[in-house]
Write a protein that binds this ligand. Structure first.
Ligand code: FE2
Length: 438
């Protein structure tokens, strides 16, 4: 078992690594790039840099370090996102107006807070501080992923539509052929019977290792029938068939709210797709590597789908989305491995050719048919941190598995992401499921 001292040392190493990864991502960006907020869901990258630092200062340094000197008292309300218990904060849509404080001062804020957190960790602090540093690091990794998706949207809306990272000549994103989709059987009971499975994480107030968000707790029993899960995610080529066969023109495939959204927004394809007769595939897709043809990406998982589109595709295909419990049952038997942020692909890649399950982790967040609610017996964290997850448990759907811009040390089988069903700016796609008997 790790000693308190070695736990603090491991956390210090992780702290440096996670903070450095955020700045590494900003490498190709100019200060002006980091000011853009191009849609309601997004925030400027500069704001992400400040807000993740604010989290450490607010929930650790201010609360636990006697005599801590705040870097700037105004930052306490300026970079608060949604923690109402801490007081008022600027409206989200105003974040693009933060030309002041300048980027240099935000970077100095990061350095100031990092030095204070490092001093804390070097003196083996109490368990609650270690737990909060862990939470702060998971929070920073969430915002790193948001920065990637926010800058993608920012560049898409820029008239020049620049690449975040241009590909070297001759390189492509989706060079392989995805294997045929197979239906893999899973059964909670033996041999093929319904059964009770265990889902989620048991909170252990004494543990400072093995992080989980409060929304992954408590571990509990769920009754599940035998089911089949597709061996890989749905590809762009498969989704194109849905488009070509009138998927966006037939209300019978859509949930009522989804169809209303299709009509109101004029959706005819996933976000970032445009018709383009200059290439044989007839479509181009905007990526963090700029515009690529659908021909190049046809075998990659389709992404930037809303829940409504994922669900409509599943209905059209005669299948369904998995529940989050079916997904976790399979993922718990699968090592965390895949096309995550550290692969540097920055876009989903075709599935590999070996047998078995592919792409559970990485590539695209997979929409499930499960609404985002608290597990039985769920308790939010005490105090203002209780606002982190619990207050969003209405009108959102659960996604699982991480994406090509999720840091590898951030994802796990029990991790629950959640978005409103009309949300498309994340790397969100789908995997099909069906009942074993169907
Ligand atoms: Fe946040």
């Amino acid at each position: 078992m790790l000693t308190q001292q070695s736990t603090a040392a491991a956390l210090l190493h992780r702290f440096r690594s996670v903070r450095a990864a955020t700045l590494h991502f900003c490498g190709p960006l100019s200060p002006e790039d980091m000011m853009v907020q191009s849609c309601a869901e997004a925030s400027p990258v500069k704001w992400h840099l400040a807000h993740t630092t604010w989290f450490f200062e607010t929930f650790i340094l201010t609360e636990f370090v006697a005599g801590y000197q705040a870097f700037d008292p105004d930052f306490r309300w300026l970079f608060n996102s949604y923690y109402k218990a801490l007081g008022e904060m600027p409206e989200k849509k105003l974040r693009a107006s933060f030309s002041r404080p300048p980027l240099d001062r935000i970077l100095a804020y990061r350095t100031h807070v990092e030095a204070a957190i490092e001093r804390l960790l070097q003196h083996t602090p109490e368990d609650e501080i270690l737990r909060r540093v862990s939470l702060g690091l998971e929070h920073e990794q969430q915002h790193l992923e948001l920065a990637a998706t926010d800058i993608k949207h920012a560049f898409y809306t820029n008239p020049l539509q620049p690449s975040y990272l241009p590909l070297a000549p001759g390189h492509s994103v989706g060079h392989a052929i995805a294997p045929p989709m197979e239906w893999l059987p899973f059964s909670p009971g033996y041999p093929v019977r319904p059964g009770v499975i265990e889902i989620g994480v048991t909170p252990d107030p004494h543990s400072v290792n093995g992080f989980a968000f409060d929304n992954e707790t408590p571990r509990h029993s769920v009754y599940v029938a035998p089911f089949r899960l597709a061996s890989r995610a749905v590809t762009c080529a498969e989704y194109l068939t849905f488009i070509d066969e009138g998927g966006y023109a037939h209300p019978e495939f859509w949930l009522s709210e989804g169809w209303d959204t299709v009509e109101r927004e004029g959706w005819q394809a996933p976000l970032y797709w445009r018709r383009d007769t200059s290439n044989p595939s007839g479509w181009s897709i905007f990526t963090l590597h700029g515009w690529r043809t659908l021909g190049e990406l046809s075998e990659t998982p389709v992404c930037h789908l809303s829940y409504f589109e994922a669900d409509a595709f599943a209905r059209w295909s005669g299948h369904r989305l998995p529940t989050e419990f079916e997904w976790e049952f399979v993922a718990a038997q699968t090592a965390v491995h895949g096309n995550l942020l550290e692969s540097d692909a920055l876009h989903p890649r075709p599935a590999g050719s070996r047998n078995g399950i592919h792409q559970l982790y990485g590539d695209v967040w997979e929409w499930t048919q499960s609404p985002y609610t608290g597990y039985p017996g769920y308790k939010p964290l005490p105090g203002a941190l209780g606002e982190y997850n619990g207050k969003f448990m209405s009108s959102q759907m659960v996604l699982r598995g991480g994406s090509c811009v999720t840091p590898a040390t951030h994802i796990r089988a029990t991790y629950r992401n959640f978005f409103h069903p009309a949300t498309r700016w994340q790397f969100s796609g789908l995997r099909l499921a069906r009942d074993a008997a169907s």
